[in-house]
Design a protein. Structure first.
Length: 146
């Protein structure tokens, strides 16, 4: 679950600020949790995950990369395991099932899912983060919870 997250919007002006915001988010996210990351290509989803992973002590920002081709990256912290999942290249429910994402839902895990809105089962997450580009390096980051 989450610790008192409410709907909010943050503006960042650089990749470094987006990473720093991700670190702050880590302090209010607690497993087990599914987080849907929404935004166009290049909106900053992976950049935000860099900060979240650092905040959990699961990876250094420079070690976090987009899972576009591998589909799932795992980052293990001392207390929490993060799964950064990219469903951009997944087109059918059958392909989705072969990933075994349900098997990743464990008490100490957080699933950070990009492009999950393509599939009905991931459209209603506990936490949704919407990223939008604002100019060359700015980002609007909206945090929504249900």
């Amino acid at each position: 679950m989450t610790n008192q997250i409410t709907a909010s919007q943050t503006i960042t002006h650089s990749a470094e600020e987006t990473i720093a915001f991700g670190r702050k988010l880590a302090s209010i996210l607690s497993p087990p949790l599914v987080v849907l990351l929404r935004g166009d290509l290049g909106a900053g989803k992976t950049t935000l995950v860099k900060g979240i992973a650092e905040g959990f002590g699961a990876a250094r920002a420079e070690d976090v990369t987009s899972p576009t081709f591998t589909l799932v990256h795992e980052y293990r912290g001392s207390q929490t395991t993060l799964y950064h999942i990219d469903l951009y290249r997944i087109d059918t429910e059958r392909e989705l099932e072969t990933l075994g994402l349900d098997d990743l839902l464990a008490p100490n895990c957080i699933l950070l899912i990009e492009w999950g809105e393509k599939f009905p089962r991931w459209r209603d997450p506990t936490v949704e983060i919407v990223l939008e580009r604002m100019g060359e390096s700015g980002r609007s980051i909206q945090l929504r919870t249900r």
